[in-house]
Each structure stands twice: as structure tokens, then as C-alpha cells.
Design a protein around this ligand. Structure first.
Ligand code: C2E
Ligand code: CA
Ligand code: CA
Ligand code: CA
Length: 276
């Protein structure tokens, strides 16, 4: 851990204009947080917009920090990405999500979505690590979705594409997250072995009042379907938006207006209240 930490600090300093001791301290603490169980997963339901059926949950990382309280990923993920800690972090999330899956009380076919940084795909062993995690936890590949969140451009598209192909061939669904917001271009849609496209909440949130955003959502639903992909709208905050998306033929929705991200026990309660 010391080696990771010192290498990380060096890279971090170079990437920043000024030295921020508090953020640097956090890098070291993040390594420990994994071992000391300060990290937790919250789960947010994804539902089919036509039937209301729960199709899965997305695992979202939280850090119960001893001094700073509950931290959301925007506070520590950028650091993890800059320092290489993102690899052990993704392994931790994957293992924990798969370990918790059976106890959540989901419908039998429902899946768990885990966020993966494009950086994680830089190495071929990533596919093996995912398959190991499935095997270790006795979970079928068909129950896992990997949401690729790209914060940096895909550094090595050919390698990423090869890793995603092995995962796809193993039966794992690949989802492209935040489409339209990041560095992903339309060309990536055909090379990343995708099964799902997630429309960024920046477009969904005000699609009923912003005409351009409404047009973008409509076009993305059509684009996804023309490519044979399932399309998921994130950031569904009210019933009007939910109905509009259903009328556009959007397959699935996720958002505060459907169900908030909550700890596992609360998700299980939510599921039993929403069973039909
Ligand atoms: P994301 O993958 O786009 O996840 C959706 C984010 O939107 C989550 O924020 C979720 O809490 C929030 N959200 C859900 N519904 C609504 C809504 O109706 N309205 C609004 N305004 N927000 C909504 P969160 O949990 O803070 O996560 C932020 C980002 O951090 C995620 O964005 C994802 O990119 C990243 N992230 C979270 N967990 C992990 C993880 O385990 N690994 C990696 N690599 N990234 C993660
Ligand atoms: Ca996501
Ligand atoms: Ca997203
Ligand atoms: Ca996002």
C-alpha cells in the first residue's frame, strides 16, 4: 500500500496546480477505508417503464469517513482515478455487490449494475478479475451489468474493446453510462460491445421544459434501438417525465422519482412495498 500511495502522491502533485494536504491525506485514507470497511454500497432500483417491473439495481459507492461523515463519490473518485487506486476500488465494489446480490430480495432475473471506469479497462486481466469475482460469489454472468463511466477519453480504444469483447462473450452486459456528456463519440457505440445505453440525467431532468433536451432524448432512444441496445434514462425525478419516457419507448428508468439510492436493507424494504 505504501508503494501505491507514494506513486499516487507524485502523480497527483503533478496533476494539480497546488498542494492540498487534506486531499492528499484522503488518498492514503482511501486505501485503508477498503480494508477497514468504511466503504459501503447503496443500491438504486432500475425499472421497466412499461410494466413497472424491477429489472435491476445500480450499486453506488459511499465512504463513511470517520471525520468527514458520509462522502459521495465526487469527493474521492477523482483522486482514486488519478492515483491508480481505482483498480483495487473497482475490485472491492464488484466483489461486494456480487456478495450482497442474493440477499437483496430482487426478482430472480434482475441484475446488479457496477460502475467501471474506462481506466479499469486498460489491462487485459480486468476481464479475468471480473470472471473470478463472479465465480467466487457463485453469481451467473447474466446477472451482472458493467456501466462504463468514462471520465477520460478511452486511452487505448483497441485494448478496451478487446476487454469488453471477452466480458460480452462471457454473458456480462456492457452499458455505456452518461452518454452525451462525456468524451464518448457515436463511433464508440459500435466498438464497445454494448448491450445498453444510459442517457445522462443532464438531458432527462428537464426534457419536458427544454425543447433541445427533449429532442436529444427522443433521438437517443431511437439511436439506441436502431443499434439493438436497451436504453435507460437516468435522473427520472417525477411521474410526468417517467410517462413521457415510456411514451417515447425508452425501456428503463432510474431516478429519485422512482427510487433513491439506499443501503441494502432499505432497498429490500422498497422492493417488498413495490412488489406487484
Ligand atoms: P452515475 O453512474 O451517473 O450514477 C448516477 C448518479 O446520479 C448517482 O450519484 C445517483 O445517486 C444520482 N441520481 C440518481 N437518481 C437521480 C435523480 O433522479 N436526480 C439526480 N439529480 N441524481 C440522481 P452518486 O451516487 O453521487 O454517484 C456519482 C457518480 O460517481 C456516478 O454517476 C458514477 O459515475 C460514480 N460512481 C458511483 N459509484 C461508483 C463506483 O462504485 N465505481 C465507479 N468507478 N464510479 C462510481
Ligand atoms: Ca452509472
Ligand atoms: Ca450515469
Ligand atoms: Ca454520472
Amino acid at each position: 500500500a505504501a508503494k501505491v500511495r507514494s506513486a499516487g502522491v507524485m502523480r497527483f502533485e503533478r496533476a494539480q496546480d497546488h498542494y492540498d494536504p487534506e486531499r492528499l491525506a484522503m488518498v492514503g485514507e482511501l486505501g485503508r477505508a477498503m480494508a477497514q470497511d468504511e466503504l459501503v454500497l447503496h443500491f438504486q432500483p432500475k425499472v421497466a417503464l412499461d410494466s413497472g417491473e424491477v429489472t435491476g439495481v445500480e450499486a453506488l459507492l459511499r465512504w463513511q469517513h470517520p471525520r468527514h461523515g458520509l462522502l459521495f463519490p465526487d469527493r474521492f473518485l477523482p483522486l482514486a482515478e488519478q492515483t491508480g487506486l481505482i483498480d483495487p476500488l473497482t475490485d472491492w465494489v464488484l466483489d461486494r455487490a456480487l456478495r450482497q446480490l442474493t440477499a437483496l430480495g430482487l426478482p430472480p432475473q434482475a441484475r446488479v449494475s457496477v460502475n467501471v471506469s474506462a481506466r479499469n479497462l486498460g489491462q487485459q486481466p480486468f476481464a479475468d478479475r471480473v470472471l473470478d469475482a463472479l465465480g467466487r460469489n457463485g453469481i451467473a454472468a447474466e446477472r451482472l451489468v458493467l456501466e462504463i463511466t468514462e471520465t477520460a477519453a478511452f486511452a487505448d480504444l483497441e485494448r478496451a474493446s478487446a476487454v469488453l469483447r471477452s466480458l460480452d462473450e462471457a454473458g456480462i452486459a456492457i452499458s455505456l453510462d452518461d452518454f452525451g456528456q462525456g468524451h464518448t463519440s457515436i463511433g464508440h457505440l459500435s466498438t464497445l460491445h454494448l448491450s445498453e445505453l444510459k442517457i445522462d440525467r443532464a438531458f432527462v431532468g428537464d426534457m419536458l421544459t427544454d425543447l433541445a433536451h427533449g429532442a436529444i432524448v427522443r433521438s437517443l432512444v431511437e439511436l439506441a434501438h436502431n443499434l439493438g441496445l436497451t436504453v435507460v434514462a437516468e435522473g427520472v425525478e417525477d411521474d410526468d417525465t417517467r410517462e413521457a419516457l415510456r411514451d417515447l419507448g425508452c425501456d428503463e428508468g432510474q431516478g429519485y422519482g422512482i427510487g433513491r439510492p439506499v443501503p441494502a436493507a432499505q432497498l429490500t424494504e422498497w422492493l417488498s412495498r413495490n412488489r406487484h
